[in-house]
Design a protein around this ligand. Structure first.
Ligand code: NAD
Length: 403
């Protein structure tokens, strides 16, 4: 679609983050932009900066959406472009046990429905009403009548703990993209959906810096959060490239959020029975001046040795008993820097019949930078046999206590 001042666009959630960046990119091409949002102050300021119009709108409310379309069409004409960015999330487990008193609760259904109403039904409501309006327009010179871009999330494919509602809503947006593109194909209206990874928007601004750093470090390449302009760039491509249709595209720096992020207690030193502070050394540095990966492993090893001394003093070891490390898994959360010391917190995470798992976390200047899980197996006379009662008691005395 050729973009210029003869074209109008509606951007929902346009007052902030990804929607605001897209509104700016459209306006930079001369497109007349209407911002649909709940946030009046921010939306009005941006609309006046872009020479567009702000329409206060709640995408969950039919009358509110009708009024917003009426206002925008009156001000800038029938839109040929709709970009759906209005959305939000929550994080609640499907069913869970209270750490304080053990009581059990489940995801409140009204909280589940609220997310579905905004992210999924709200998106469809705006698509349906906008598409009906686009059908009143004649096609442009190139035959195009309209273009729609929706925002899902990588959580549609790799949802995390607590994201049942968010993932369901975004999965719904992904699922409806092709059928809507088919519904509107004969009318020359294209429909595409972006699945953003982790973007640096006000949605994330409330997260503490260590969490933001850890999220950035979890991206495959580049190791940082996405920039809203990068989202806008793909939205513009979906709008301008007339062959782009019926697609759901991840924009995520290659992140695959298959591993749930550590539960909060894992990143709290108070959960572990044993802790030691260790000095980082010049030889622990990689060529970028950070703590190298092998040094992480060695530091965790020192933390395990300390725990072993406490759990299994050498003099208590039976002559026919041998323990060995069977597996070590380190998850890197953030860069370690030199020459600051690190604190290694260690405890027993799980006790099996003839093995146990040592769980650890590494902190630097109070910030969690890695976790480590080590499986230790015990062989008696060369065979896996149930752990002696005395050993079980020692291990149990050093179990982690999640806080
Ligand atoms: N930031 C990310 O990392 C990320 C990742 C994946 C998906 N997303 C999705 O991208 C979209 C934009 O998110 P963002 O990061 O720019 O967040 P944001 O909070 O900066 O912007 C969202 C905007 O939507 C508006 N909004 C919320 N509920 C609304 C409603 N009922 N009616 C009208 N407007 C409403 C908010 O007022 C806000 O201005 C969302 O759908 C979000 O789920 C964001």
């Amino acid at each position: 679609m050729k973009l210029d001042s003869t074209v109008s666009a509606v951007v929902t959630g346009g007052a902030s983050g990804l929607g605001a960046a897209t509104a700016r990119a459209l306006a930079a091409k001369g497109v007349k932009v209407a911002i649909f949002d709940l946030q009046e102050e921010k939306g009005t300021a941006l609309a006046s900066e872009l020479g567009g119009v702000f329409c206060e709108c709640n995408v969950t409310d039919d009358a509110s959406v009708d009024a917003a379309f009426a206002k925008s069409r009156e001000a800038i004409g029938q839109e040929r472009i709709l970009v759906n960015c209005a959305g939000t999330g929550n994080a609640i487990k499907t069913a869970s046990r209270s750490k304080e008193d053990g009581s059990i609760k489940h995801f409140p259904l009204d909280a589940f429905n609220w997310i579905i109403q905004i992210n999924l039904v709200g998106t469809f409501r705006c698509i349906a009403k906008s598409a009906a309006g686009m059908l009143t327009l004649d096609p442009m010179e190139d035959g195009e009548r309209g273009a729609i871009v929706n925002t899902a999330s990588v959580a549609a494919e790799d949802g995390q703990i607590g994201q049942a509602a968010y993932s369901a809503s975004k999965g719904g947006v992904v699922g409806m993209t092709l059928p809507i593109a088919r519904d509107l194909g004969n009318e020359n209206i294209r429909v595409n959906t972006i699945l953003p990874g982790i973007f640096d928007t006000p949605l994330l601004a409330g997260a503490p810096q260590p969490v933001r750093d850890a999220l950035g470090a979890s991206v495959l390449n580049p190791k940082r959060l996405g920039i809203p302009d990068e989202y806008a760039n793909l939205a513009m491509c979906m709008i301008e490239n007339g062959y782009f249709n019926g697609e759901d595209v991840r924009l995520d720096g290659g992140i695959r959020m298959a591993m749930p992020k550590p539960e909060s207690w894992r990143l709290d030193a108070a959960s572990y029975p044993v802790a030691i502070e260790l000095q980082t050394r010049f030889q622990d540095m990689d060529i970028n001046g950070h703590l190298n990966n092998v040094a992480f492993a060695a530091l965790f090893e020192s933390g395990r040795v300390l725990l072993n001394r406490q759990v299994r003093p050498l003099e208590k070891r039976a002559a026919n008993e041998r323990t060995m490390v069977a597996a070590v898994e380190i998850n890197y959360l953030a860069e370690g820097n030199l020459p600051d010391p690190v604190k290694i917190a260690t405890g027993i995470g799980r006790l099996g019949t003839s093995s146990w798992t040592i769980v650890q976390a590494m902190f630097q200047n109070g910030r969690p930078i890695a976790t480590c899980d080590t499986v230790v197996v015990c062989r008696t006379d060369g065979q896996a046999k149930p752990l002696r009662a005395e050993m079980v008691a020692e291990l149990e005395a050093n179990l982690v206590k999640p806080v």
